[in-house]
Ligand binder design. Structure first.
Ligand code: ZN
Length: 167
């Protein structure tokens, strides 16, 4: 999930905020901006990995991935708990329920379509929730990338311990 997509989603033609809870959550999401993605990117850099950020992984991709390893063909997404209906934190608002339901279901379908398109084209797709621990997620990503010897990936490991500046 990219910042742009999230911004355009939150800017799209939606009803008035349906409750204080949701209004607060949406504001929080906007303010936090790219927090979960940046946290993962930072953890990956600390593991010494190099990658592209916020790019369409493939010419067939309509959306962008948060982290892309073009040589190893690994695409990583960090999905927001609300917009992608996390089983732990996702909610289905009651007011304007039909509108929200179709919106959130459309998001889910779009995620599934993106996964299928990429996998059909030889990509490995890793998806994490924004609530996932960034360092744990980074370890999973690193394993996927660095164990990619079969595909002849050159590997992107560089010096470990790079400082990851505050973003
Ligand atoms: Zn969650």
């Amino acid at each position: 999930m990219t910042t742009e997509a999230r911004r355009s989603e939150s800017r799209s033609n939606r009803p008035e905020p349906v409750s204080d809870t949701i209004r607060v959550r949406m504001q929080t999401t906007a303010q936090r901006n790219t927090g979960p993605e940046v946290a993962l990117q930072c953890a990956l850099r600390e593991l010494g990995l190099q990658f592209l950020v916020d790019q369409p992984p493939d010419s067939a991709s309509r959306g962008r991935a948060d982290v892309v390893f073009p040589v190893e063909k690994v695409a990583v997404f960090v999905d927001g708990c609300f917009w992608h209906s996390c089983p732990e934190h996702g909610t289905w608002p009651k007011r304007h329920g039909d509108w929200w339901r179709s919106k959130l279901l459309a998001n889910r379908r779009r995620d599934e379509d993106a996964n299928r398109v990429l996998r059909d084209r030889g990509w490995r797709v890793l998806r994490f929730w924004e609530h996932d621990e960034p360092k744990e997620a980074a370890t999973i990503v690193a394993n996927a990338v660095l164990n990619d010897t079969a595909a002849g990936g050159a590997g992107t490991a560089v010096e470990r311990g790079q400082e990851c500046g505050t973003v």
